[in-house]
Design a protein around this ligand. Sequence first.
Ligand SMILES: Nc1nc2c(c(=O)[nH]1)N=C([C@H](O)[C@H](O)COP(=O)(O)OP(=O)(O)OP(=O)(O)O)CN2
Ligand code: ZN
Length: 118
Amino acid sequence: MRIVKSMNFDAAHFLDHDPNARPYARLHGHSFVLEVTIEGDPHSETGWVVDFGDVDEALGELHNILDHRLLNEIEGLERPTLENICQWVGQKLKGRFPGLAQVRVSRPSNGESCIYDL
Ligand SMILES: Nc1nc2c(c(=O)[nH]1)N=C([C@H](O)[C@H](O)COP(=O)(O)OP(=O)(O)OP(=O)(O)O)CN2
Ligand SMILES: [Zn+2]
């Protein structure tokens, strides 16, 4: 089974490595949705794969790091593409949730998302 929990955050970033100097090389912001999927068999006593309370706690910690921040200033996120945000989240959560199966980060306003299958 797979359980899924999502969290919203708003953040600024810039992607200035682009040789064509597109507008996103300048500072701008997005509303992001982070979604994590954890896979496993439901525990015979608790009936859950993992407690959503534990997932909520972990996502809350990530929210504190990411929300209303300049992503480029966060260690490991110096080049904050959707792809790199997915990998960064995967690295942060994998040790805590061995069943972490997927990290998805999307920007609903423009229909862009990245899916990282671990
Ligand atoms: N493969 C990727 N390509 C791009 C990424 C990315 O993370 N992975 N990111 C960007 C920029 O973040 C860019 O800001 C996205 O721009 P755009 O699609 O033009 O959308 P808007 O800035 O107009 O989005 P709104 O939220 O609607 O303002 C570029 N490429
Ligand atoms: Zn952007």
